[in-house]
Ligand binder design. Structure first.
Ligand code: FES
Ligand code: FES
Length: 182
């Protein structure tokens, strides 16, 4: 996928599927592009980057110190304010990409077990944010403290009374059960 030729389209992997995007579509907000392409799990609530409901995971190709090309760790992105062109040569995971055919993943399972969703508006964004935390913590061999979970979820608002159960879900994640997204 990576080459030095001039292109008139961007190349983005979304949930493992390559999208070649040109013209005006490259300037759409990511959330709008996703929802226009049969991925409505990403919600838009504030549409101005404040609430985190539209959170997705993003990784980019980068060169490591040994000059090898590899994927960066995942960052969480407010997709309502991020134009598509930012993700050229990137890999995105939406809430749909976290599903498996057979079972809930560890984040989804703990959100269910601790009743982390009420009205559900914030839930896809919370699940994506916690999935990035799980993925990056597992890769780094680190556990998830309550302080770390609180800091990580600073950009994700819940309008119901869900913070305590969400934090319980986060701090009870069993990272040995987390299946890496890469
Ligand atoms: S919809 Fe609120 S941050 Fe994107
Ligand atoms: S569960 Fe309603 S906004 Fe969070």
């Amino acid at each position: 996928m990576a080459d030095s030729k001039i292109r008139n389209e961007i190349h983005v992997f979304i949930n493992g599927v390559e999208h070649r995007i040109g013209g005006e579509k490259a300037f759409l907000p990511l959330a709008q592009y996703l929802r226009n392409h049969s991925l409505p799990g990403t919600k838009v609530v504030c549409a101005e980057g404040d609430c985190g409901a539209c959170t997705v995971l993003a990784s980019k190709l980068q060169q490591n110190p040994e000059k090898e090309i590899q994927w960066s760790s995942f960052q969480t992105i407010n997709s309502c304010i991020a134009p598509m062109y930012l993700f050229d040569l990137g890999s995105l995971v939406t809430v749909e990409g976290l599903e498996t055919q057979e079972e809930l993943n560890e984040v989804q399972e703990k959100m269910r077990a601790f009743h982390g969703g009420q009205c559900g508006y914030c839930t896809p964004g919370m699940v994506c944010a916690l999935s990035a935390l799980a993925e990056n913590s597992q890769c780094a061999g680190k556990s998830i403290s309550e302080k770390k979970a609180r800091n990580h979820l600073t950009g994700n608002l819940c309008r119901c009374t869900g913070y305590e159960p969400i934090l319980q879900a986060a701090t009870n994640l069993d990272l040995s059960k987390w299946k890496s997204l890469k």
